[in-house]
Design a protein around this ligand. Structure first.
Ligand code: DGL
Length: 278
């Protein structure tokens, strides 16, 4: 009997990485995916980089125990905290990470003023500093951490008054300074693109990096001869470390426009920093 195809692991602190997963599913319809939402620890963005690195390492070990052939770190914060460490610790596994899309923004802005929305941890990390150093010479970057926005999106509030107030406060000074491009440096934020577009107006381009990350994943799999056969029909298994998998299933159905909530299994953090099925 043929063995079942190896999955691609995808993880985030919560439901934000689903914005990357949907691009992966569209770009790679034959692949199997395992998605892990570390909702026991969401939000990552206000935590120390060292702590987030520990979570990312534990999740990676679990994904490898499930025979993941590649891992997409669908979280800017975890990428900032852990990508280099993961690549050094697991040298035989290809990792695809997120970095704020400052490069395409700097290439296309007409006013030279670009807004970047990301978590405090992402702004602190060396990855962001290196992206700014390499690509943003001559571009003015206006940064905002949108406090509370990840929690609003986790709670399902994509357009209510509190979510709108957070974004209005962030965007208003950027618009006043001539910003014409917004970089979404947190994978939760694509779920509020309609609201951002309404608040920012038609003259502002909003950059969601997910399609580019999905294309990069396809290239990495092809290079490693890891692509699933084109006869295979891809499927996704969902896990949460949170305590309410049924609620997570409803969040997934809503955010991915599924006809019904998918099965979601629970994982539990162990005292030694490992993950195990609950
Ligand atoms: N979605 C994540 C990111 O891209 C994490 C947000 C959070 O947990 O603070 O940064």
């Amino acid at each position: 009997m043929p063995s079942s195809p190896r999955p691609v692991g995808v993880f985030d602190s919560g439901v934000g990485g689903l914005s990357v997963l949907r691009a992966l599913q569209a770009q790679l319809p034959h692949e199997h995916f395992i998605y892990i939402a570390d909702q026991a620890h969401v939000p990552y963005g206000s935590r120390g980089l060292h702590q987030v690195r520990g979570f990312a390492t534990g999740i990676t070990r679990y994904l490898l125990s499930q025979k993941a052939k590649a891992i997409v770190v669908a979280c800017n914060t975890a990428s900032a905290a852990a990508l280099a460490h993961l690549r050094a610790t697991f040298p035989h596994t290809p990792f695809i990470g997120m970095e704020p899309a400052v490069k395409p923004a700097a290439e296309t802005t007409r006013t030279g003023v670009v807004g970047v929305l990301a978590t405090p941890a992402t702004f602190q990390g060396a990855l962001y500093a290196s992206v700014v150093e390499r690509f943003a010479q001559g571009t003015r970057l206006l940064e905002d951490t949108c406090p509370g926005l990840v929690q609003r999106i986790e709670s399902g509030d994509l357009e209510g008054p509190q979510t709108e107030a957070i974004l209005r406060r962030a965007l208003r000074p950027m618009l006043a300074q001539g910003m014409d491009t917004v970089v979404l440096g947190c994978t939760h934020y694509p779920f509020v693109i309609p609201l951002i577009e309404r608040l920012a107006g038609p003259g502002v381009r909003v950059i969601d990096p997910a399609p580019a990350v999905a294309r990069q994943t396809a290239r990495v799999l092809a290079r490693g001869r890891l692509l699933a056969p084109s006869a295979a029909a891809g499927r996704t298994c969902y896990f949460t470390t949170g305590t309410a998998p049924q609620r997570t299933a409803q969040q997934i159905a809503r955010l991915l426009n599924l006809p019904a909530p998918p099965p979601v299994r629970r994982l539990q953090w162990q005292p030694d920093g490992a993950l195990a099925q609950a």
